[in-house]
Structures are given as structure tokens and as C-alpha cells.
Write a protein that binds this ligand. Structure first.
Ligand code: NDP
Ligand code: GDR
Length: 339
């Protein structure tokens, strides 16, 4: 029997990769798509799957649209990936973030209870819930201490998922995913911001790369690896929570260094007080300047996750190393800029 899945956030990075994975597994794939002023299906087109998924109008703010999407899709698996997912924006739009990233989770769970309580549910939780680190390696048992309105909203989504599992016996799982990136990553996130900037500088379209906190450390993996874990969680007999991570951590500065090396640049670092006049484009160097505008009101300094449980119970492990990920992103943006 062909399975039916509904993905919220299907137009995002993970939604596109997950849709591709489910299509490869012969699912009927449905996606909730919010009305926007412009076409948001670019990632689905880039993967060549736009014509193979069924897009259903709806918004995470509006539970009636979720009910209709569940009825139309007849989904047995629901992957709740939709969110206001940019941490920096969550200080400018904290209430929208609470609604879209937090409260919408209970709306979807309630919609499921009405339409199909037997359906399996995946919640896109995040390492941002750990925030102010209290243990050097974060596991499913590490205490949470979110540091942004986004992290706080996701913590609600996480606990309401756990609670509906315990209260109503729903097959609801929460994946605590650490940062994962790809050539389809949004350009506002630091990794893609870096690889896009390098490609633009290479082609004379930009002069300087401006960043915030270069010392911030993240556990970065490849999105294509992480969507395999989402699917695996919903194939388990019992629902549960899993950390998905690489177990390595790198600074933003190190990401810049590796990406610059792939793009064939040396780096000239400039502090926030230093100006950027006198750029010699032929020098083979790029200028990376600190701009405090990109600092956050509260920062998550370091994240490093322990994926041991996912490895043991799901048989999950990543296939793409950090070096391979940086290379993949740098090369993809150089190719795009060349076009
Ligand atoms: P993206 O920002 O790329 O995608 C977010 C998706 O949510 C988009 O499809 C967006 O639609 C949709 N969306 C936003 N608001 C609404 C709304 N009101 N109604 C319906 N859809 C909406 O995120 P990622 O793919 O990177 O992440 C997927 C999920 O995983 C998110 O929940 C994120 O918070 C979480 N996460 C991500 C991690 C990562 O490193 N990538 C790590 C841990 C968790 P549109 O295109 O129309 O804006
Ligand atoms: P993050 O990702 O906040 O970890 O959330 P992001 O790439 O935005 O930031 C990572 C770190 O880099 C520092 N940084 C900058 N960040 C951005 N965006 N732009 C800059 O110029 C810059 N300079 C330094 C940040 O301060 C931060 O420390 C991502 C999202 O996908 C969330 O949805 C997800 O839950 C988490 O990852 C896990």
C-alpha cells in the first residue's frame, strides 16, 4: 500500500529534501503551502520534484486549513517542519514566532486528534532549546535553557508533543536536530550567507563579507542526512525523542576559513572599527569584517550533540562530513554565481 504523508514547511530546506526522500520511497507526498506574494516553490523545482508533490493551501496560524489538509491528504504520517525558523528575526517578531513556531504545534496535534489520531507525527525540535549549555555534550536528557524567543517557542512545541504522546497515546516523536545545512539553505543563515558572499565576491558582485559573532560554535551537518532520521523516527513501533547531530563543533570563523579555501581565497580579517576602503580585487584576498548589527541580544555560544541514541535505535548516522558539506555549499554557490 502506498503511504500518504503531509509535510508542513514543504517549501523550506528540510521540507524539500524530505519530500524528495519520501517520493523515492513511493509515498504520496502532500505539502501545506502558505499563500505568499511570490512563488515559494523554488527548492522543489531545484530538486526536480515540484510536479510530483500535491500542494494544499493552508497556514500554520489557521487550524481549519490544517484539518482540511489532513482530510484531503489522508496522511498517515505528518511531518511538522513549518516554522518562523530564523533565530535573529524572533527578537523582532516574538509574538509571530510564538504563534507560528510554538502554538501552531498544538493546533496541528488537535487537528490530528479530530481527523486521524492514529497518524504518526514528527515535530521539528531544535538544539536551540539547549541554549545556555549546561552539559558539554547534549543528549536527550540534557536540561533546556533557551536563549531566544525562537528557542522558547520551540520548547513549547517540544513539550506539547511529549505531552500529547503521554496524554493521548499518540505516535508523536520529537527530533532534536542540531544545525543542518545544504546548498538549499536559506541565505540568511550564516553558512549559506558565507558561501553566497564568496561566490559573489569571486564574480565582482560584492566587496566585503560582514558577519557578527565569529566565535560562536555550531554542530553542523548535512540536511539530506537529517531528513533520513525524521523518516526513521516515524517507522519505529514506539514514538520517542532523538538528538540528531554530528558530535563535532566548529566556529563560524572556521567555516569561513574552510569555505574560503574551497573558493581559492585568502582572508583578511577586519574588526568592527576598521574600515574596508582600499580593497584590491586582484589580491586574491577577501575581506571579512565584523559588524555588530549581526550580534544577537542573547547568544548560544556553543552546541555539540551526542547522536548515540539515534545511532543505536534508528541505525542513523551521517554520511556527509563537515569538510564535504562546506565544499558542497561553496561549489554550488560558485556554480550558481557563474551562471
Ligand atoms: P526553513 O526556514 O527553510 O523553512 C520553514 C518552512 O516553514 C517554509 O516552508 C515556510 O514557508 C514555512 N512556514 C513559515 N511560516 C508558515 C506559516 N505561517 N504557515 C505555513 N508554513 C509556514 O526551515 P528549515 O527547513 O531549515 O527547518 C525546518 C524545521 O526544522 C523548522 O521548524 C526549523 O525551525 C526546524 N529546525 C531546523 C534546523 C536547521 O538547522 N535547519 C535545526 C533544528 C530545527 P514559506 O516558504 O512560505 O515561508
Ligand atoms: P542558528 O543559525 O541561529 O544556529 O539557527 P544561524 O546560521 O542563523 O547562526 C549560527 C551562528 O552564527 C552566528 N553568526 C551569524 N548568523 C547569521 N545568521 N548571520 C551572521 O552574519 C552571523 N554572524 C555570526 C550566530 O550569532 C549564531 O551563533 C539555526 C536555524 O536553522 C534554527 O531554525 C535551528 O533551530 C537551529 O539552527 C538549530
Amino acid at each position: 500500500m502506498t503511504k500518504h504523508a503531509l509535510i508542513t514547511g514543504i517549501t523550506g530546506q528540510d521540507g524539500a529534501y524530505l519530500a524528495q526522500l519520501l517520493l523515492e520511497k513511493n509515498y504520496h507526498v502532500y505539502g501545506l503551502i502558505a499563500r505568499r506574494g511570490t512563488d515559494t516553490t523554488g527548492r522543489l523545482h531545484e530538486l526536480g520534484i515540484a510536479g510530483q508533490v500535491h500542494l494544499l493551501d493552508g497556514d500554520l496560524i489557521d487550524p481549519s486549513s490544517m484539518i482540511r489538509a489532513l482530510e484531503k491528504s489522508k496522511a498517515e504520517e505528518v511531518y511538522n517542519l513549518g516554522a518562523q525558523s530564523f533565530v535573529a528575526t524572533s527578537w523582532d517578531q516574538p509574538i509571530l514566532t510564538a504563534e507560528v513556531t510554538g502554538v501552531s504545534v498544538v493546533k496541528m496535534l488537535e487537528a490530528l486528534r479530530i481527523v486521524n489520531p492514529q497518524a504518526r507525527f514528527y515535530q521539528a525540535s531544535t538544539s536551540e532549546m539547549f541554549g545556555q549549555i549546561q552539559e558539554p555534550l547534549q543528549t536527550e536528557r540534557t536540561p533546556f535553557y533557551p536563549r531566544s524567543p525562537y528557542g522558547v517557542a520551540k520548547l513549547y512545541g517540544h513539550w506539547i508533543t511529549v505531552n500529547y504522546r503521554e496524554s493521548f497515546g499518540m505516535h508523536a516523536s520529537s527530533g532534536i536536530l542540531f544545525n543542518h545545512e545544504s546548498p538549499l539553505r536559506g541565505t540568511e543563515f550564516v553558512t549559506r550567507k558565507i558561501t553566497v558572499a564568496l561566490a559573489r565576491i569571486r564574480h565582482g558582485l560584492q566587496d566585503v563579507l560582514e558577519l557578527g559573532n565569529l566565535d560562536s560554535k555550531r554542530d553542523w551537518g548535512f540536511a539530506g542526512d537529517y531528513v533520513r532520521a525524521m523518516w526513521a523516527m516515524l517507522q519505529q513501533e514506539q514514538p520517542d525523542d532523538y538528538v540528531i547531530a554530528t558530535g563535532e563543533t566548529w566556529t563560524v570563523r572556521q567555516f569561513v576559513e574552510k569555505a574560503a579555501a574551497h573558493a581559492g581565497f585568502d582572508i583578511e580579517w577586519r574588526g568592527e572599527a576598521e574600515q574596508t576602503q582600499g580593497i584590491d580585487r586582484k589580491s586574491g584576498k577577501i575581506i571579512v569584517r565584523v559588524n555588530p548589527a549581526f550580534y544577537r541580544p542573547a547568544e548560544v555560544d556553543v552546541l555539540i550533540g551526542d547522536p548515540a541514541k539515534a545511532h543505536q535505535k534508528l541505525g542513523w548516522k551521517r554520511e556527509v562530513s563537515f569538510d564535504a558539506l562546506v565544499r558542497m555549499m561553496a561549489e554550488a554557490d560558485l556554480r550558481r554565481a557563474a551562471k
